[in-house]
Design a protein. Structure first.
Length: 103
């Protein structure tokens, strides 16, 4: 679904704070998924997570930067019941995020 969307995709990841093995496993699975689906390099794929795992997960999912993927992990975001997310431009390592829901 993320590959077909013209604007990319955002996914919220909700699980208990993973140990390093679970984190590495998830990152490698994401990496394999990007390769096997031939995910376009410039297509954005954003992952939101509650835990502070962004840099590590991003490194595993891109094979430590060797695979050019527009994969962004925004961590330390509490769970939201949202259908749409607006991600602003980064300024001094801060990214403004707005969540929108239709309930």
């Amino acid at each position: 679904m993320a590959k077909k969307s013209p604007r990319g995709a955002g996914v919220q990841l909700a699980f208990a704070m993973p140990d390093w093995i679970a984190l590495k496993t998830l990152g490698l699975k994401l990496y394999r998924a990007f390769i096997t689906t031939n995910f376009p390099a410039g297509h954005p794929f954003v992952l939101f997570t509650v835990d502070n795992i962004g840099k590590t997960l991003g490194n595993y999912a891109t094979n430590w930067g060797k695979r050019r993927i527009n994969f962004i992990v925004i961590d330390e975001i509490s769970q939201r019941d949202a259908q749409f997310v607006n991600i602003g431009t980064m300024y001094k390592q801060i990214i403004p995020i707005s969540f929108y829901a239709i309930n």
